[in-house]
Structures are given as structure tokens and as C-alpha cells.
Write a protein that binds this ligand. Sequence first.
Ligand SMILES: [Zn+2]
Ligand SMILES: [Zn+2]
Length: 127
Amino acid sequence: MANIYRGSCLCAAVKYELRSAPQAVSHCHCSQCRKGHGAAFASYGSVPRDALRIADGVECIKAYASSETVVRQFCSHCGSTLFWSRTQGAFADWICVALGTLDTPFTPHKHKHVHLDAKAPWFEHAD
Ligand SMILES: [Zn+2]
Ligand SMILES: [Zn+2]
């Protein structure tokens, strides 16, 4: 039986399940991810859209189109960032999950930092 990964937002109004392990784990330092999370970077992993099931609180999820091709979804009660996805193109059938919202322990085999050129000046990257 495949592992199911469960996650939720800060207020727990939104609960979701992933029927596949997040892939292509990356820590994004771009200015949009920094602002969206209020943090030095955002950690995301991707799953096929049909591997994500919203178990609870789908009515609490709001979406913000941060660009013409990117939609970011968050909990409208507590503001937790949950997902982002592309609305068109090659990866439109994937959804990126904010890994900080996972409740099931998950250790990626590998991960990478991206858009370090846009990183916050106060963040020291040690690799
Ligand atoms: Zn919430
Ligand atoms: Zn980013």
C-alpha cells in the first residue's frame, strides 16, 4: 500500500492528503516565495494534481494569481501558504505543496535551493 502523507494549515481548518511522496523538493528564494511565506525561503515538493485530496476545509482555501501563469493557494482563516501551481504549460498537471504544512514525517532523498540570486541579504547559505 502506498504511503499517504497528511498535512494541514496552522488553524487546521484545511486538511489534505497526498497519495504520492512529494518530489523535486526545492527551497525557493525568489521574492514572491519570500513574501508569500514571510520567510527567507519557501520549501515545496510536487505531486501530480490527482495525488492531492483536500480532506477538509476546501471552502477555506483561497487562491491568489501571483502571475499570469501561477496560482498560490492559502487558508483564508490563518493565512498558511498551502500550494502553488501553474495554470498552463508542461507542469500544469502538478501541484507544489508547502512542505512546512505536512504532518506526516517526510525526509526527501535530495533537495536543492533555487533562485539564490534573489535571496534575502540576511540569509547565509552554507553549501
Ligand atoms: Zn488555516
Ligand atoms: Zn519562488
